[in-house]
Design a protein around this ligand. Structure first.
Ligand code: ZN
Length: 133
């Protein structure tokens, strides 16, 4: 694992939270992207080698929609950058962790991603991500 690639924050409205985070961080969002698979719209901010990802749900029954209904806005996941996601998923399976999907899949920001079940990681939803080539 290489570094914290980004921290994902669930928000009710990108329209309201993007200007707020621009004020907070002192940088403009460099990318907004809809990820149909995950039923979210996202906005990214670059902070050194890490990013902040804001996630607005497009569907109350989607993963972020259900998260907000249960817990409200807040930190949703931590994404760890890896250089070989297949190898890392295998290593983690051997260590007893449970990837939520059998295969890494395309996510936001040109990444292959895979999530680990938060019950294995002290309640923190962990995303592994690798740059797509
Ligand atoms: Zn993410």
């Amino acid at each position: 694992m290489l570094n914290v690639e980004h921290i994902g924050i669930a928000v009710r409205s990108l329209e309201e939270s993007v200007p707020l985070f621009e004020k907070l961080l002192g940088v403009r969002s460099f990318k907004m992207e809809t990820v149909e698979n995950d039923r979210v719209a996202t906005a990214f901010f670059q902070l050194g080698e890490s990013k902040i990802e804001l996630l607005e749900s497009l569907d109350p029954e989607g993963p972020v929609g259900r998260f907000i209904a249960r817990k409200g806005e807040g930190v949703h996941h931590i994404a760890l950058r890896v250089d070989d996601i297949q190898k890392e998923m295998q290593r983690l399976r051997e260590q007893g962790f449970a990837p939520l999907e059998p295969e890494a899949r395309p996510g936001a920001d040109n990444k292959l991603v895979c999530f680990l079940h938060p019950r294995d990681t002290c309640g923190v939803l962990v995303e592994l991500c690798m740059e797509r080539v």
